[in-house]
Design a protein around this ligand. Structure first.
Ligand code: 5AD
Ligand code: SF4
Length: 408
């Protein structure tokens, strides 16, 4: 059968899709050239917000109407259970995140989390933990992804060693709350020793894991990228406490101040929810001021949406949609200015960049990322650097999301 995988949601889902692809290939199926060329389309779904779930289910409904075989995997399946067949009666199958090996019926694998499809890439995702025990009041993830489970240390090291031996230069360690991996700093130190591996990233991190121990590991491990995605969600202590985040505004700011004191180009990005139940104008202004103090390099702003079965879904969703929209726009506008100022401060400096290939917008330019995960663009020159190699780029100009330069 020719299959096509369509992925929504976070990197966890991207990684699960890779593993499913590998299992399907192992079972003798072929990857289709495009969605329209496929006999079977598998939608790997997300349910973190209602909009995300609607998108995935809408896509599945459309594909079913074209007569294709369609399966759904991922978090929406875990949330809806068998009810998904009520919404999509003609659906061929549905598998939850923890049970995606069923996708094959076909192949068998001892360690499905370690499956990788063949690729010419230089960067790979590696799962280190699955599930989440945090139970933040608004979040459906613990319900759909189950409790935290860590993979054995040696399995992870072996997998990364293998990936590095096939030409992978950069790994991103994945977990819903990756800093809770038992002795995470030790894992970083061990991976630092893998010669051919050049960069180590990880996501997603709960601020509670941003400890002095982690800072020590950063200090010792130059391959660990100087970027952290540290979702803050709110700047109001009242809202943070109601969300069950287990840190205060002050603790959050203190943790990131340490990272920036260690390296002032350290990139810190975040997620914020606007319009949580009971969020007043003052609460919102506290989020706004925290974001300015934190000098976030980038941020993702989400309008609160209640997820059935979570604690906050019991509360009145009392901030109007117009007000959520307004708060969202204010924070995006702030971020645009702040991101630009942060990036302009790098003009004149030289950044080490991992080459990703041609810029999507302009084929006469190359594109890559620095250690802070910033996109860097520079003109092509005669000796084209290979995809996956490192070059030094002198930064000449900046936008809020992009740095522009020339080979140094
Ligand atoms: N409503 C809005 N945003 C949410 N997020 C998680 N749950 C919700 C929800 N119910 C956001 C958080 C999280 C990101 C992945 O999605 O900011 O960090
Ligand atoms: Fe979406 Fe969360 Fe599932 Fe990731 S873990 S796909 S963000 S619901």
């Amino acid at each position: 059968m020719k299959f096509w995988l369509h992925t929504y949601g976070c990197q966890m889902n991207v990684r699960d899709s890779e593993a499913m692809e590998s299992l399907l290939l192992g079972a003798g199926h072929q990857k289709a050239l495009s969605e329209s060329d496929a006999d079977l389309v598998i939608i790997n779904s997300c349910t973190v917000r209602q909009k995300a779930e609607d998108k995935a289910l809408g896509k599945a409904g459309y594909l079913l109407s074209t007569g294709k075989k369609v399966g759904i995997a991922g978090c929406a399946v875990a949330r809806l259970g068998d009810d998904i067949f009520k919404k999509l009666p003609r659906l061929d199958f549905a598998v939850k995140p923890g049970e995606f090996t069923k996708i094959k019926y076909l192949a068998s694998s001892n360690d499905p989390l370690a499956e990788h499809p063949p690729t010419d890439a230089f960067s790979a995702f590696v799962t280190v933990m699955t599930g989440c025990n945090n139970f933040c009041s608004y979040c459906i993830v613990p319900k759909v992804r189950g409790p935290e489970k860590s993979r054995p240390f040696d399995d992870i090291v072996q997998e990364v060693e293998h990936l590095a031996s096939t030409g992978i230069k950069e790994v991103t360690l994945l977990g819903q709350s990756v800093l809770k991996y038992p002795n995470f700093p030790q894992l970083l130190r061990r991976l630092q020793q893998i010669d051919k591996l050049k960069r180590i990233r990880f996501t997603s991190a709960h601020p509670g894991g941003c400890t002095d121990e982690l800072l020590k590991a950063y200090n010792e491990c130059d391959k660990v990228c100087r970027h952290i995605h540290l979702p803050v969600q709110s700047g109001s202590n009242k809202i943070l406490s109601q969300m069950g985040r287990r840190y205060t505004r002050e603790q959050y700011l203190e943790a990131i101040a340490k990272l920036r004191a260690f390296d002032d180009t350290f990139a810190i990005t975040t997620d914020v929810i606007v319009g949580y139940p009971g969020e007043t104008e003052e609460d919102f202004e506290e989020t706004r001021s925290l974001m300015n103090e934190a000098l976030f390099d980038n941020s993702f702003i989400f309008k609160y949406s209640p997820r059935p079965g979570t604690r906050s879904a019991e509360l009145a969703d009392d901030v109007t949609n117009e007000e959520k929209q307004r708060r969202n726009a204010v924070l995006l506008d702030d971020q645009e200015k702040r991101g630009l100022a942060r990036n302009l401060a790098l003009v004149g400096s030289v950044r080490e960049v991992l080459v990703e290939g041609e810029s999507k917008r302009n084929k006469t330019r190359l594109s890559g990322r620095d250690s802070g995960n910033r996109i860097v663009i520079w003109p092509k020159c005669e000796n084209l650097p290979e995809k996956g190699s490192f070059v030094n780029v002198k930064i000449l100009d900046a936008h809020a999301q992009t740095l522009f330069g020339e080979l140094a």
